[in-house]
Design a protein around this ligand. Sequence first.
Ligand code: SF4
Length: 321
Amino acid sequence: MKLTEVDRKSRVLTKAQFGCLRNAYTINITRGCEFTCVYCYARGYPDAPFCGEVQLYRNLPQKLTEELDNPRRRSVIHRVVFNTASDSFQTHPDILEITYRTMMVFLERGIGFSFLTKGWIPNRFIELFSDFPELIVSRIGLVSTSNRYRDLFEPNAATVSERLQNIERLQNVGVKTEVRIDPIIPFYTDDEESITKLFKALITIGIKTVSLSYLHLRPAILNQLKRELPPTEFNVLQSCFENKPWTVVGSSTRSKLIPASLRKKGYNRFKHLAKKFGIAALICSCKNPDLPGQQCSSAFGTEEIRSSLKEKSIQLSLFPC
Ligand code: SF4
């Protein structure tokens, strides 16, 4: 992976315009992501760097400090969301250094944040978080305990064991932690045996809530999958979307959902098995607009976590979900 350092010229904190993140202030440490998950929609953005390159915003902590030291700006920033288009826990030491300094800027000012990661969280972050657990919501992306799944779909992300260790270490220092099972891959990670293995691993380390969402396609993702998956896996996946029209899903105007009947069946399987383990399984409403009564948990975790943050008087009114 080639790391290029660039200066951030525009404002650091930008308001998301989509789905459950609408109106949330978001931040990304890099443009591009070394994990190169095959299903990653951010890789298809028009300004995404070429595959193999990651652009690091080297002036981010300084720009952020200036932005937050402006009283008018500070008065509207209460919480932020990391990693809407990259991962702050990529392995390059320079990325981790900017991530650390950026998170410090928020925490020193009492500003909370959430992050979703598939990376390994180094110990110095855990030590930092242990001083501010009430300000942080962590969400660990983990779809399967299968190493083959990880090698095919998330080839450069942290191992299953590392992600499970992340959860344990975060919980040990009091950071609220949930697991996001997204994207579920039909016929690959949604069979009874795979789900059972995953829930067994999660309940052992005290996870009580997971959020679920099946893969949905955008045109760029389709090309990535074709290029990067073995033909057998690609053909099975493609067949799930055949004859489905491109439609509006969340922030994307051109997406394809897996047929509702298949998703419903799969979600029911997850929920049924989750109940056996005493785990609450919630379905992300943003990515399942055609299924009724679902709960969105993308910005600051599930209702359980949001309630606990409210109890601590952290303002969440910016986030309607
Ligand atoms: S970790 Fe997230 S941002 Fe990075 S490649 Fe995977 S899906 Fe994309």
